[in-house]
Design a binder for this molecule. Structure first.
Ligand SMILES: Cc1cc2nc3c(=O)[nH]c(=O)nc-3n(C[C@H](O)[C@H](O)[C@H](O)COP(=O)(O)OP(=O)(O)OC[C@H]3O[C@@H](n4cnc5c(N)ncnc54)[C@H](O)[C@@H]3O)c2cc1C
Length: 363
């Protein structure tokens, strides 16, 4: 079987579906090669107010509002001092943030893409790739199906599947991981929907209420500072929680530890050495991944998808500088992010001799 399209996108997360929608709105034929998520709940639920205008351009704003995601009116943080600061989104020009049902959110983006005519092939592995007469020829399904495409987008997240196959190096600034739990409420949660960030000697905690009433918590740390089997157990997790003050107060007596073990996932900052190659480019986390402190990963994934669609269109219309300008934008976004990250980490000075903070002092 032969599928002939203008653009093949690998990965159906926020970056992949956003790129697909914008390309489709520009009149290109698009095929999304996706992989079924193995997890029940996807990690990363805070959506910054900067996402609001993009959701409108994608044509999903009305559905988004109807879906009942939780408005988040502020962030609380104990960072650099033992008291809580409060940032109120009333000061934000684009309004409040959101705590979203991430799976539903991505399902809606996929539905929108399909409504616009984007094709989707799920759970197929690439077995061979080649370039014939200037077009990519991608064989999937043990070679029984070939996809012919003028351009490839790597939207495969931190996996950076396509870039890896092209031999592109990934540069890692650190090795941070996140220990993530989804706690269930013992009673109907009556608390506000603020995010809570709390720094501790070995890292920092994040917690937020989800639309389904669960509380997601993530402890960002370096794995070599812990015994991996221990922190994956309930008792080890509570030992870590006991080093917090505000987070423990939020959780104790209100939320139960789930039956499942906490998840351990990469949460470091990294980027590709090159964001594009001949007739391909990377978007979202495949291109660069942010420390969750920024709370901007999803928004940046969508922004890069929007920008990539413009650049691909320009490239396909003969603009030879288009990919260079995309790379310039990405380098500049990463250096802006890196400067902000340094500022944040340098403002926590309470544990200057603890390895976690010593390492971040070098950012
Ligand atoms: C602990 C943690 C907390 C976070 N919290 C937030 C937050 O609160 N707010 C926020 O904005 N950001 C947050 N982020 C970041 C955010 O999750 C990412 O930036 C975002 O998911 C990037 O979207 P993406 O589409 O680029 O990648 P992904 O969401 O990773 O999607 C990539 C997709 O590609 C698929 N895929 C991979 N390989 C292949 C392949 N070979 N073939 C086909 N498909 C493939 C994957 O299955 C996946 O569906 C957090 C990150 C972490 C680690």
């Amino acid at each position: 079987m032969l599928h002939s399209v203008d653009i093949l996108i690998i990965g159906g997360g926020s970056a992949g579906t956003t790129t697909a929608i914008f390309l489709s709105q520009l009149g290109y034929s698009v095929l999304l090669l996706t992989r079924e998520e193995k997890v029940k709940q996807k990690i990363g639920e805070s959506l910054s107010p900067f996402a609001n205008p993009i959701l409108k351009k994608l044509g999903v704003w009305d559905t988004f509002i109807a879906d009942g995601h939780l408005p988040c009116y502020g962030n609380k943080s104990s960072w650099g001092k033992p008291q809580l600061d409060y940032y109120d989104f009333i000061n934000h020009p684009l309004g409040h943030a959101w705590h979203i049902d991430r799976c539903l959110f991505e399902q809606r983006l996929m539905e929108r893409a399909i409504e616009l005519g984007v094709e989707r092939i799920n759970n197929s592995s690439i077995v061979n790739l080649d370039k014939v007469k200037g077009k990519w020829q991608i064989q999937i399904d043990q070679g029984t199906t070939t996809i012919s495409a003028k351009f490839i987008v790597d939207a495969s997240g931190r996996n950076h599947y396509w870039a890896r196959r092209q031999g592109i190096k990934r540069l890692h600034d650190d090795r941070q991981v996140a220990l993530v739990t989804f706690l269930t409420a013992k009673h109907l949660p009556l608390e506000d929907t603020s995010s809570l960030v709390e720094a501790v000697p070995d890292g920092w905690w994040y917690s937020a209420l989800l639309p389904n009433g669960c509380l997601v918590t993530a402890f960002m740390t370096d794995l070599d500072l812990h015994q991996r089997p221990e922190i994956l157990q309930k008792s080890g997790w509570y030992k870590l929680l006991d080093k917090t003050y505000f987070t423990a107060e939020r959780i104790h007596d209100r939320y139960s530890f789930p039956d499942e073990q906490p998840l351990l996932v990469a949460a470091n900052s990294s980027r590709l050495q090159n964001f594009y190659g001949e007739d391909w480019l990377a978007v979202g986390d495949a291109a660069m991944s942010y420390d969750p402190l920024s709370s901007h990963g999803l928004t940046m994934a969508m922004v890069s998808g929007r920008d990539a669609a413009q650049v691909i269109s320009a490239q396909l219309n003969g603009d030879r500088q288009a990919l260079d300008s995309y790379a310039d934008q990405m380098y500049s976004a990463y250096s802006h992010y890196a400067a902000m990250r340094s500022q944040f980490y340098h403002s926590e000075t309470r544990w200057p001799n603890f390895p976690y903070w010593l390492r971040r002092a070098k950012f």
